[in-house]
Write a protein that binds this ligand. Structure first.
Ligand code: GLA
Length: 672
């Protein structure tokens, strides 16, 4: 995608959700559209799971009911995001094409009665998916109500990797294209280890369950292959649609959910980025996880506005404990997404399902009906978003980038790593959380990106780093950037092979330090470092560092590396490279970050606890989205007009606990 998305033809902020009319009678449809209007809904996604009712047997189509729904929505001024139903092939498909079923890594052939696509590599599935997408595009591609296409649903879940014979055949072809020769493959995978040397392409299998740990380079490539195959399914449907429709095409991502899709590559293929996000109930500050997902979604789309395709009005149904949202939380969540670049706020789903696996999932129209808190808040949110049309198209600017590299995560998540306590999600969250509390907006980036516009780049979890990408980071620092690298980074190259020169060697120019040995800690064990005379507790990990030029800023005082350097700072060219070789507690991390901010020329925003403030830059105005997640009243300094209330704000905005405001204010200059 370019950073100018093709926005669907819709006025203002998009508002609505997944709509499943196939689960309801035509009388209910009429009630639905009347209530959608009451709630200010202007966009619904339909048809996502309707394949069995649209193609009733192979090649036999019945669009009559969908025609009626489309006309009803159109007559009521509600725009349509038309789904292709390929995430849930009908029973007849699997009866006719049993070979198109997915086989798991353990050899289990997936059954029917749930959802989840067939084998991404089965020719029968590809043909059938393109056929139904083509028929839909021919029929509705120019319909005035259809403004967006929603291909499939959440590629990569519930099934990503497939070990069927179709997949294995395609895998060999993919490997031949990637490596050209068996010699190159043997070298890349390090097959001399455990006698895995290949002499014939036909002997190269998928990395299915085996007696012991399977070659990690092979598994990493299988993850890449799976991502490629899933994307090929998307592209086939997208192109089938484009042959008959000029409307933008999207597919709903799952940023931050690790569904096996490299969203940097996916974002280049869609006309507009869209994302699904659900709070983790166990996370008591779910708004921080939400912010990570939203910033990641914006970043993969090159900073352009995006659509929140799904979130929930209240509880979901698939977590161990499905905690309901409390009053005001749905609006706060929605405005956080909006503040971080979403120009569409949609939900799963419009009307709660009575039957099936998701009947305990909340909806815009809950089981309790319209005399309910959720419905009243849905109507209120629709009214609020209706006042925010001016925000549309404005952009978020960030001075800080955190590296987010899906391929590195796939590699790190394989077996037999030094410690199961080392988690990329946890480290990213820790650094992001500090920045969130300091009111500093973050983009995510790949290590190979042009990072020159950022004052600070953080690599909290860059286990895999190619020499080329490392050189990019070294050059970033040399040119004046501030780089912070956390432990267990730059360990392996793109084939999951340890870097020559040892752990961290490719970043030695920027960091002035190398890692001689990893010192993972026992479960529950704690150590400490001395940071400017303060003892900071650390756990999980320490390292034996070899300092080759850096200044030592903190030393281990307890734990396996006691007496050795723990945190270093290196002047390289015009910039600075920080290395943090352990996991400090939150207060310790805050202290270290204070020093890093000073190097980077960043100033924390001094916000009251629990208050989130994000700025969107428009052509004529800026928009400050301020959200008070805490229970107590809080104030922030801002001038302008509160678009939700119409009130003029002179100098100070007061937010009661749990509320949010969107202030139109004077445009600020942004450096890039
Ligand atoms: C996902 C799916 C939806 C629904 C929701 C429930 O995001 O795309 O179809 O299952 O989860 O939370």
């Amino acid at each position: 995608m370019t950073s100018t998305p093709r926005w669907p033809d819709i006025d203002g902020i998009a508002y609505g959700g997944d709509y499943s009319p196939e689960q309801w009678s035509p009388e209910t449809w009429r009630e639905d559209v009347a209530l959608m209007r009451e709630a200010g809904v202007n966009l619904v996604s339909i048809g996502i799971f309707s394949w069995a009712l649209l193609e009733t047997s192979e090649g036999v189509f019945d669009f009559s009911w969908l025609d009626e729904v489309v006309e009803l929505l159109h007559a009521n001024g509600i725009r349509i995001d038309m789904g292709t139903p390929t995430a849930s092939p009908p029973a007849w498909f699997f009866a006719n094409h049993p070979d198109a079923r997915v086989i798991t890594r353990d050899g289990v052939v997936m059954g029917f009665g749930s959802r989840g696509m067939a084998s991404h590599s089965a020719p029968a599935y590809r043909e059938a998916a393109v056929r139904i997408a083509t028929e839909l595009a021919k029929r509705y591609g120019q319909h005035p109500a259809v403004v967006l296409w929603h291909v499939h649903n959440e590629f990569g879940v519930p099934v990503g990797e497939d070990y069927s014979p179709h997949a294995v055949r395609e895998w060999r072809l993919w490997l031949q294209r990637r490596y050209g020769s068996l010699d190159a493959l043997n070298k890349a995978w390090g097959t001399a280890f455990w006698g895995q040397h290949y002499t014939d392409w036909e002997h190269v299998g998928a990395p299915a369950a085996a007696p012991s740990t399977v070659n990690p380079a092979q598994r990493l490539d299988y993850a890449r292959f799976t991502d490629h195959q899933l994307r090929a399914c998307f592209i086939a449907e997208r192109d089938a649609i484009r042959a008959h429709s000029d409307r933008p095409v999207t597919t709903n991502f799952m940023a931050n959910q690790h569904n096996g899709c490299d969203l940097w590559a996916w974002a280049r293929e869609v006309d507009i980025v869209s994302d699904d996000h659900y709070l983790w109930a166990a996370d008591e500050e779910g708004e921080i996880g939400l912010a990570i997902a939203a910033d990641l979604t914006r970043s993969v789309g090159g900073g352009a506005p995006w659509i929140l395709m799904e979130h929930s009005t209240s509880a979901v149904n698939w977590q161990p404990r499905n905690v309901a949202k409390r009053p005001g939380e749905m609006a706060r969540n929605s405005l956080s997404h909006l503040g971080r670049g979403a120009d569409g706020i949609l939900f799963f789903q419009w009307r709660a399902s009575r039957s099936g696996a998701e009947k305990f999932h909340s909806a815009m129209l809950p089981h309790a009906g319209t005399d309910s808190r959720v419905w009243r808040e849905v109507v209120d949110l629709g009214a609020k978003l209706g006042r925010l049309g001016d925000v549309r198209g404005s952009r978020v600017h960030a001075d800080v980038a955190i590296l987010w590299d899906f391929e590195s995560f796939w590699a790190q998540d394989l077996e037999w790593r030094p410690s199961e306590d080392v988690s990329h999600d946890e480290r990213i969250r820790a650094y992001y959380e500090r920045l969130w509390r300091d009111g500093i907006t973050v983009d995510f980036a790949l290590p190979g990106h042009d990072l020159s516009g950022y004052k600070l780049v953080i690599a909290p979890a860059q286990y895999m780093l190619s020499r080329t990408d490392a050189d990019n980071l070294n050059r970033y620092v040399e040119a004046g950037g501030t780089l912070l690298v956390s432990f267990f980074s730059a360990v392996v190259d793109e084939h999951d092979a340890v870097h020559e020169g040892g752990f961290g060697a490719p970043l030695e120019p920027a960091l002035g330090v190398r890692v001689e040995e990893h010192l993972p800690m026992r479960e529950g064990a704690t150590g400490a470092i001395d940071w400017n005379g303060t003892v900071v507790p650390v756990d999980v990990w320490q390292e034996d560092l070899v300092v080759t030029g850096a200044e030592v800023r903190a030393t281990y005082v307890a734990g396996p590396a006691a007496g050795e350097p723990a945190v270093t700072r290196h002047a390289h060219g015009a910039g600075t490279g920080w290395y943090v070789s352990t996991r400090p507690d939150a207060a310790g991390l805050a202290a270290i970050m204070g020093a890093v901010y000073a190097d980077a020329g960043l100033a924390p925003a001094q916000l009251p606890a629990g208050v989130e403030v994000i700025r969107r830059h428009g052509e004529h105005h800026d928009f400050v989205v301020a959200i008070n997640h805490g229970p107590d009243a809080a104030s922030i300094a801002v001038d302008g007009v509160d678009l939700l209330t119409g009130d003029e704000i002179k100098g100070m905005l007061n937010l009661t606990g749990g509320t949010a405001a969107v202030i139109r204010t004077e445009a600020q200059h942004t450096p890039h």
